[in-house]
Design a binder for this molecule. Structure first.
Ligand code: GLA
Length: 385
């Protein structure tokens, strides 16, 4: 048992006066490419980070859900399962409470309740899916504790439902699938319509490369309506084109389709269709073991998010431009947008130079010092102890 698992177990004992039945973990993610394609039934290519959310849990029999987080205010939240409904939980407790509610709604017998203690190293508001990590850690814990035996895609749908109903964010399925289905040294090629997925080898170190994640520390909040507006725009465009989703628009038909759409929808559609193509091309590069070839695709993805989808910001653009000028192979914002993090693909020998250049540029522009972590493709959610 590693020391973090130990710490979480010990904290649980201290809080609840007894040992947990187990400790479960779920990672945050970065998306290599395929941004804002998931709710268009398209494709994406995320990978799990070594940053994880841990949940120590023990079942109860009295129908009470008790929640505590090492990152919270020290209080134990108590939620009777009988009154659990959207709106009944606030702040971070919405995510675990939402998962338990969604399981119950789906007809699973989870009514006994549980005590949970949560401890996370996934930064929140950084576009690295801290909320999905929390949802998925609770989902796998419940799946084990209550012997539900649910397939991972079903757990992902449950976690997504929690986020829609309890956090009010109409997110796609990428983050939850990434957290639940990723594996070490691979990226997850995901079809967001069917939830078919495949692990594609992504061996950065062997190629002398690194993937840096630069957190701009501009907090993004997808609950403020901007994300929902983008999603609604895409759905409207698909309806106008007579398609089930924008995934069904072939690249060859793009120009003709754009000619018939209202001007405001044109850039959204162009981004989604070209981004799906970039996913396919990125996977082809990985399969050909040409990791360096990913660089221009990442950078093209950023340009599309900046110019067409318009969800970049000054800080994310500054990271991309500075990293490229300092010799990075490619860079793009990752996640929902409006701040958050940028991924940078760089040769080992230039990682320090690029990091320093970005930090200096941020200081010069009067921004806060960005934090940089290395994205090592890691395992998905599961039981630790
Ligand atoms: C957020 C959402 C995901 C996805 C990304 C953009 O992370 O939770 O479902 O839409 O934004 O690719």
């Amino acid at each position: 048992m590693n020391s973090r698992t130990h710490t979480v177990e010990a904290a649980f004992r201290q809080l609840y006066g007894t040992a947990p039945e187990g400790v479960w973990s779920a990672p945050g993610r970065v998306n290599l490419i395929g941004e804002h394609t998931d709710y268009n039934d398209g494709f994406c290519l995320p990978m799990a980070l070594p940053r994880t959310t841990l949940v120590a849990a023990r079942r109860r029999t009295d129908g009470l859900l008790r929640l505590h987080s090492a990152q919270g205010d020290g209080r134990i939240a108590e939620l009777p399962l009988s009154g659990l409904a959207p709106g009944a939980a606030t702040g971070w407790t919405r995510y675990p409470a939402g998962v338990v509610w969604a399981l119950a709604e789906a007809g699973h017998d989870v009514g006994g309740g549980a005590d949970l203690h949560i401890d996370s190293t996934v930064p929140s508001g950084a576009g690295l899916s801290s909320s999905a990590a929390l949802e998925c850690a609770v989902a796998v814990a419940y799946d084990d504790l209550y012997g539900l035996g649910l397939p991972r895609p079903e757990l992902a749908r449950t976690a997504q439902r929690a986020e829609h109903a309890f956090a009010g964010v109409p997110c796609g399925i990428m983050d939850q699938m990434a957290s639940l289905c990723s594996a070490e040294a691979t990226a997850l090629h995901l079809d967001c319509r069917t939830l078919e997925h495949r692990l594609v080898p992504f061996g950065l170190a062997a190629d002398g490369l690194r993937l840096l994640v630069v957190d701009t520390r501009v907090k993004h909040d997808l609950g403020d309506g901007a994300y929902a507006a983008l999603r609604a725009g895409c759905e409207r465009a698909a309806a106008l084109l007579g398609l089930p989703a924008l995934r069904d628009l072939a690249a060859a038909d793009l120009d003709a389709a754009l000619a018939g759409l209202p001007a405001a929808l044109v850039p959204l559609v162009r981004h989604v269709v070209t981004e799906n193509e970039r996913v396919t091309r990125t996977v082809a590069h990985l399969e050909a073991e040409d990791t360096e070839g990913l660089g221009p695709l990442l950078t093209a993805g950023h340009a599309s998010l900046r110019d067409d989808y318009r969800i970049s910001c000054a800080e994310t653009d500054l990271v991309v431009d500075t990293a490229l000028a300092a010799g990075a192979l490619g860079a793009r914002m990752t996640g929902g947008g409006f701040g958050g993090s940028v991924i940078v693909l760089v040769h080992d020998r230039l990682a320090r130079t690029v990091t320093d250049a970005v930090t200096t540029a941020f200081h010069r522009a009067g921004h806060r010092t960005p934090s940089v972590l290395e994205a090592i493709p890691s395992r998905g959610a599961g039981r630790l102890g």
